[in-house]
Write a protein that binds this ligand. Structure first.
Ligand code: HAM
Length: 418
């Protein structure tokens, strides 16, 4: 039987890898400009790290986690997101004691047992950033500005929309939850089984239900931003003002709910109309209670994660060209002696930092030139027994289809303008 990959898991193939590198490099550069350092955390944690952070009654924890029992009986889970693990690492390594402000970024594979479709996988990559310490609205705005600068630098911002809202805090949210219960109770019988249960456990989650019937009812439900307390309202106004002051445009979307329970106050999503149903390319928000919830000292925090696959899908549509493999020199050769010399020349060129491809074995010149053409090489060297005897090679400029003879010595010191 032929082996195959697990449903919802996918390979990132060489033809796409330049896009990944480009995006990863841009993220690294922008995040470091803002003072963030990379952290690498394990792909697995004790299950309670996620259950306590993301929320026991969220879809992620209830239905989507890859959880298994380890040999010693402990329950482990493959990370469905990065924030919980970063918070765990922040606490475990006492980072709060080293500096009042800690800025961390990370990247890697996340695992959620969702129904796979375009832009939604069971194994997917995120790049994320988390800022610990400040509570001030300028820290929310700075983090969002950094995310937006990343989208500008990857030339994708014009395909994206920043949506912003506030989910309030422990002061105003309980009152809002009561309002939701009052609103949904008359529709109790029309809600799905899950939402009927959520009415008692976590009414906010009803707003995130994917069932058509529940969505229709939820359309008229009261929204959090109209029920914020004075402090949350002021915080939200200040975040918007800071974003305005640096020209980051956004729309307020009071219907943002988020699929994770740890958020307080600012929440945001970056969406596109060009990818179909899975339209959120990045998302995040403030989570002032989480560090304490996981056993650390009370520490406000805010962060986001970018969905890499969705971003790459968008980039492939928006910028189709320019991410191919780069070959600078291709060496075609004919005859045993020329083959040996070609091997040496390739070694020399590569030592000088020139990307060089060489043909293997003894194929016809025609098929070698075909491969050279396909490789996208800037120059092709052609070396046969005759050229070898004369100490020269034929240098073909592939774009201009011109050919000239140069000495092997000159070939070795060839320079290529980038
Ligand atoms: P999230 O909204 O669950 O937030 O995920 C962030 C992004 O990851 C989404 O906007 C989407 O682009 C991508 N994503 C999520 N699930 C999938 C999937 N199944 N397949 C492909 N892409 C997916 C978080 O994960 C939070 N940890 C973000 C955060 C960081 N909040 C504060 N700090």
């Amino acid at each position: 039987m032929k082996v195959r990959s697990i449903r919802g898991f996918h390979d990132i193939l060489p033809e796409d890898i330049k896009r990944w590198h480009f995006i990863e490099e841009k993220a690294r550069t922008v995040f470091e400009l803002y003072g963030y350092s990379e952290i690498r955390i394990p792909v697995m944690e004790f299950t309670e790290v996620f259950a306590r952070s993301i929320g026991a009654t969220t879809d992620i924890v209830e239905k989507e986690m890859y959880t298994f029992t380890d040999r010693d009986g402990s329950s482990l889970t493959l990370r469905p997101e990065g924030t919980a693990g970063v918070v765990r690492a922040y606490i475990e390594n006492s980072m709060y004691a080293k500096s009042p402000v800690t800025k961390l970024y990370y990247g890697g594979m996340m695992f959620r047992h969702e129904r796979p479709q375009k832009g939604r996988y069971r194994g997917f990559y995120q790049i994320g950033a988390e800022l610990f310490g400040p509570e001030d609205p300028s820290s929310d705005a700075e983090l969002i500005t950094m995310l937006w600068q990343f989208f500008e630098d990857t030339s994708l911002s014009k395909h994206l929309k920043l949506e912003l809202s506030s989910l309030g805090d422990e002061k105003c949210r309980p009152r809002y939850k009561e309002e939701l219960v009052d609103f949904f109770t008359p529709y109790r019988d029309d809600l799905c089984d899950d939402c009927r249960r959520r009415l008692n456990t976590n009414p906010l989650r009803i707003l995130d239900c994917k069932e058509k019937g529940c969505r229709e009812i939820a359309q008229n439900a009261p929204v959090m931003i109209e029920n914020l307390c004075f402090e949350c309202c002021e915080h939200f106004e200040d975040v918007k003002e800071r974003l305005d002051s640096v020209g980051v445009s956004f729309v307020v979307n009071p219907r943002i709910v988020r699929g994770l329970d740890y958020y307080t106050r600012t929440v945001f999503e970056v969406t596109t109309e060009e990818l179909g149903a899975q339209n959120a390319v990045a998302a995040g928000g403030r989570y002032d209670g989480l560090v304490e919830e996981l056993g650390g000292p009370a520490t406000p925090a805010v962060g986001f994660a970018i969905g890499m696959e969705r971003l790459i899908l968008l980039q492939r549509q928006a910028v189709p060209e320019g991410f191919g493999k780069e070959v600078q020199v291709f060496i075609a050769h004919l005859g045993d002696e020329a083959c040996k010399k070609a091997f040496e020349i390739a070694f020399e060129l590569r030592s000088r930092g020139i990307t060089t491809e060489i043909d293997y074995g003894s194929r016809s010149l025609k098929s070698q030139l075909k491969r050279a053409d396909k490789s996208g090489a800037v120059y092709t060297f052609i070396l046969g027994e005759d050229e070898l005897d004369r100490g020269i090679i034929k240098l073909r400029n592939m774009a201009e289809s011109t050919e000239e003879e140069i000495s092997i010595q000159d070939a070795l010191s060839l320079t290529i303008d980038k």
